[in-house]
Design a protein around this ligand. Structure first.
Ligand code: KG4
Ligand code: ZN
Length: 383
């Protein structure tokens, strides 16, 4: 029997199994990350090896260095994830790996490593879309969350607003016309002389600054639910250069706060417009959930009936969803609209292996397994 036929048969059998454990690996950019996840919802082991130190000197990710570092780290990180989970490879039901999008060399390292391991162990392998992984981080932080919901995916390479219609089913609502939100944060950080990766550092600095200090453009795009960050970035660069030419000390905290406000308000205003236009939208009782805690949001107009039909939920995903201002603005908006809010816990916002294991579970249950021809797909899209 071929490896693929064996995998298909095994996947069918797993549908009947009470607990399905997946060992997953993520190597699409500069984190070598592995995890063991049970039934797509429970993390048994989660290990992230960051390569930041290796790339900091160059001010960004050097693809060649990333691939080599992944090659060296894969075995160690996978071993540690299994150890943390207290599981032997034989007790794992299936393997999963990020197939794209990302850096081709980095992806290839992970894909080939997991193909080898899956074949040798005789286990089915699932190839996972990295962006779907980010969306699925919410299933780990909020075991009660189920589609449908509206999701703002904001990472270093992607800014999408999607409707999650079902597991693995997406409808594009809007996307960035140019830069991704994380990319914009990283470029603005560089202008302020902050080291790589700039996003988290801009965020920390902005906490000390005045977000209204400098007016920055809030661009309109041709698409109703589209984003654009390149004009904002240019305006920010010109503002900073103008100050430098005058020899003035840069008010870095105020600059960072103003930039962060401009990015986040564009993202949240667009999401609000989409939520208000969603067919199921109406004000109602809602839960406000973030960082693993639940808190009550104000009840809306149609509350009190106790029925939940037509509920609209909103989720954040991707590295930029760790941004403090974005989380605050999302919480404020959802409380005002009476919409349930879901955000991954901070460590699950940025790249990790657990989110890949969660996404893989729902694919595996649909019988979607990969053959040994699985390849890296650097430009893979979600929708
Ligand atoms: O999702 P992610 O880890 O990798 C990609 O799939 O791209 O996202 C990384 C991006 C980087 O651009 C990083 O600067 C940004 O997310 N990021 C942040 C914050 N934490 C990470 N941006 C703004 N504020 C943060 N707190
Ligand atoms: Zn990512």
């Amino acid at each position: 029997m071929s490896y693929l036929s064996m995998s298909r048969e095994a996947a069918l059998g797993l549908r009947e199994k009470e607990t399905v454990r997946i060992l997953s690996l993520e190597t699409s950019c500069d984190e070598t990350a592995a995890a063991v996840v049970e039934n797509g919802r429970k993390i048994l082991g989660n290990v992230v090896f960051s390569q930041i130190d290796l790339h900091e000197l160059y001010g960004g990710v050097v693809p060649e260095i990333a691939s080599r570092a992944h090659m060296e780290a894969c075995g160690r990180v996978v071993g540690k994830a299994l150890e943390e989970a207290g599981a032997a490879l034989g007790e794992i039901d299936a393997l999963a790996v990020t197939k794209g999008p990302g850096l081709v060399g980095a992806l290839l390292t992970g894909v080939n490593y997991m193909k080898g391991l899956a074949f040798a162990a005789g286990k089915p392998l699932v190839g996972v879309n990295h962006i779907e992984g980010h969306v699925s981080a919410n299933y780990l932080s909020h075991p009660e969350l189920e589609p449908p919901f509206l999701c703002l995916v904001v990472s270093g390479g992607h800014s999408h607003l999607v409707e999650v219609c079902g597991y693995g089913e997406y409808r594009l609502i809007g996307r960035t016309a140019d830069d991704a939100a994380g990319e914009a944060f990283d470029k603005a950080a560089r202008v302020l002389g902050l080291p790589y990766p700039g996003g988290p550092r801009m965020d920390a600095l902005a906490e000390e600054g005045d977000p209204e200090a400098f007016p920055l453009p809030r661009p309109k795009t041709a698409e109703e639910y589209g984003y654009s960050f390149s004009g904002l970035k240019t305006a920010f660069i010109n503002l900073v250069h103008g100050m430098e030419m005058k020899g003035a000390a840069l008010p870095k905290a105020d600059l960072a706060a103003s930039f962060r406000r401009a990015v986040c308000s564009q993202l949240i205003e667009t999401a609000e417009k989409a939520l208000l236009a969603a067919p199921g939208f109406r004000k109602q009782d809602s839960g406000l959930r973030g960082e693993g805690t639940a808190a009550s949001a104000p009840a809306g107009g149609a509350s009190g009936s106790g029925e939940n039909a037509g509920a609209v939920a909103f989720a954040l995903a991707g590295g930029v969803s760790a941004n403090r201002e974005l989380r605050r603005m999302a919480a404020e908006m959802c409380a005002r609209l009476g919409v349930a809010l879901y955000m991954p816990e901070i460590p699950l916002c940025t790249d990790n292996g657990a989110m890949i294991g969660s996404a893989a579970y729902y694919r595996l249950m649909r019988g979607e397994v990969a053959g040994l021809e699985l390849n890296a797909m650097p430009a893979l899209r979600l929708v």
